[in-house]
Design a protein around this ligand. Structure first.
Ligand code: SF4
Length: 348
């Protein structure tokens, strides 16, 4: 059973993101259990930093409630585990969030008051995902209206965000999700990080932006020998994602079928007869990038080992069948432009 924390500054979209994450786990067939946030519930029940004897007192109570809830949810998840598969427990904040409001010494006291130390508290969670408050990028977008327990102004919210991040600094797997043009993109970025961390491909690929794909993986007969190399895992993604097929070599003006080419040690692309095809490969790479930009693609799934599309390895340039680490011409161009690349084998 994996336990992750989704946390963040005030007005980071955490509550709405949790709903989306739960849905995405369901769609992926992964049982997910949510541990509700303790601090907000306590404040809404009238137990707040300003009603307790001290902030330390309040945060000690927050940690106590958090631990109680985590244990109760873990017990439920364990009971269902045999029937439903390995569950994921998603905590809406974790005990280290209390550290953002306390000195180091006070936080140690709050943990000790709950029978914990930092090492054991950290080991409760496999990974932490911190959503940045909108206040960090755009104070005018910050609001208190959608949360009755929120009391900070925009500057205080940005500061609380920083303190929250610092409070988790000792955890070995903290992922920071920044702000995007739309909330949907922020959720996509969060799900991608969770999917990569937990090894769940269904979560890795964006729902709200199209994915660029090597056309041959979708069954287009565009390979050098006139064949296609359909990949069932990539084809299956078409049911839930918008895929944008491209063949950089065809886009560069090369015919199909064509003589196979390989990248040379000096960076030129030469076909088996010795003709230099570099210009066509570069032109095709730029056209593929233009299409990716026009369509708003931020991720690409590309064909393994191709001199255009290879993500991790390419052939060594001697037409010997040997592979070397490296990228195809189009793959390198897309990666330089900030597009996140996946090899077809990363998906299968
Ligand atoms: S250039 Fe890319 S998309 Fe075109 S056939 Fe080769 S691997 Fe497939």
């Amino acid at each position: 059973m994996k336990v992750i924390v989704i946390t963040g500054g005030p007005c980071a979209g955490k509550t709405s993101a949790l709903t989306c994450v739960r849905e995405r786990f369901e769609q992926a067939g992964v049982p997910a259990y949510i541990v509700p946030e303790a601090a907000t519930d306590l404040i809404l029940e009238g137990v707040a930093p300003w009603t307790c004897s001290s902030v330390l007192d309040f945060q000690t109570r927050v940690i106590a409630l958090q631990l109680e809830r985590e244990s109760a949810v873990a017990e439920e998840a364990k009971k269902a585990e045999r029937d439903a598969g390995e569950p994921v427990i998603v905590c809406d904040r974790g005990v280290f969030d209390s550290g953002a409001y306390l000195t180091d010494e006070e936080f140690s006291q709050a943990l000790a008051g709950n029978g914990l130390d930092r090492i054991h508290a950290l080991s409760r969670y496999d990974a932490v995902f911190h959503l940045e408050s909108v206040a960090k990028d755009d104070a005018s977008a910050y609001t208190r209206q959608n949360n009755d327990a929120r009391f900070e102004n925009a500057a205080e919210a940005a500061d609380a965000d920083e303190r929250g991040l610092r409070a988790w600094a000792l955890h070995p797997s903290v992922h920071v999700i920044g702000n995007f043009a739309s909330f949907e993109e922020k959720v996509d970025a969060l799900c991608t990080e969770i999917g990569k961390e937990l090894g769940i491909p269904e979560l890795v690929f964006h729902r709200h932006t199209p994915i660029l794909v090597s056309a041959c993986l979708l069954g287009e007969p565009c390979r050098y020998d006139g064949a296609s190399v359909p990949c069932s895992a990539v084809q299956a993604l078409a049911e839930s994602r918008k895929l944008v097929p491209v063949c950089p070599e065809q886009l560069g003006g090369l015919p199909t079928p064509r003589t196979p080419s390989e990248i040379q040690l000096d960076g030129r692309v030469v076909d088996r007869t010795g003709d230099d095809r570099t210009a066509a490969f570069v032109a095709g790479a730029h056209k593929a990038l233009s299409i990716a930009r026009e369509q708003g693609c931020k991720q690409a799934i590309l064909k393994s080992r191709s001199p255009s599309c290879g993500v991790h390895q390419v052939y060594d340039g001697a037409f010997s069948g040997a592979l070397v680490p490296g990228r195809g011409v189009a793959a390198a161009c897309l990666a330089d432009a900030g597009i996140e690349l996946f090899d077809e084998l990363d998906v299968s």
